[in-house]
Design a protein around this ligand. Sequence first.
Ligand code: F6R
Length: 362
Amino acid sequence: SHAGHESFMLAEIGEQPQALRRTLRAQSAAHAIGEAPWETLAGARSVSFVGCGTSHHAALVGRYLLESWGGLRAEVDVASEWRHRDPDVGPGDVVLGITQSGETADTLGALRLARERGAHVLGLTNVPGSQITREADGTILTDAGTEVSVAATKTFVTQIAALAGLALRTGVARGVLEPARAALLADGVERLPDVVAQAQEAAAAPVARAVERWAEEPFFLFLGRHVGLPVALEGALKLKEIAYVPSDAYAAGEMKHGPIALLSEGTPVICVATESPVLDKLRSNVAEVRARGAHVLAIATEGCAGSIADEADELVLIPPTDVLLSPVPAIVPLQLLAYGIARARGLDPDRPRNLAKTVTVE
Ligand code: F6R
């Protein structure tokens, strides 16, 4: 049941700190089925992430983690595209399928193709007995607990935490992370449950105001750069799937190449403006959006919100983390925004139309 909560989705958003804590505990016990994934990755030439929907967005964050912490060339594609584009993988390459259910047809299909081509096949799932655990050479488990709501929330943040742990171990095994730096990063990963709890608190009031102001808006634009881009994509997906609000998510640097034409007086723009190496550039993108009359909700990092705060109509400040971990707290306000707008429109967020929790057909 969703004891004491008005829906599974809200309960599951609220459970994210515990889901992260359990997942990190499982990781420190090196919880994996089959071969140890970080050992496979230690000797690999490249890793290709495949997944669908929210799991694809976690993979986009995973690419930054494996490249930067793990020292491994990484690429990402949606499973239904990757498996039909004659991908260039073979012996020495690793293909890592991300699927919380472990049953998604296209993700499993992509892994079967990878195996045919001689690549190593790894999985990341939340369901211990699922199909992917039987097919992959090695599987990493998240321990988010059962996710009932169709919209993935706690499985998304635990996927990122697990990928961070994997990147750390891989970086150490490949000799690209100094022990001192690895310890520092591990500390940041361990703090994620608390950071998410703080983000939940910080988000409550500004998100409630945004919901009140924007519940009837016909269109939202989400912007981000760097690891903020997957957060923007995921925020837009949540709003589409449970509130049925047309929304688009874009790399902020692409604005001038088309989507800025969508903006008019009062268009809501959600900007993931957390700390990153490109925060200054993002700041000018936000100013451009503002100059077109758009209204901006910015997700920023405490202590480096700077002039973003001047450009934003609403601001959510999330606690500082390592830049590559920031998607975990940054998604929280966007989950709550989608939830709030769905409720304000009289919709049941647990039962979105046209969607199934597990997609076992192509
Ligand atoms: C979004 C959502 C879907 C799933 C997608 C993949 O909230 O739930 O987009 O993320 O169907 O599912 P899994 O992770 O089970 O492969």
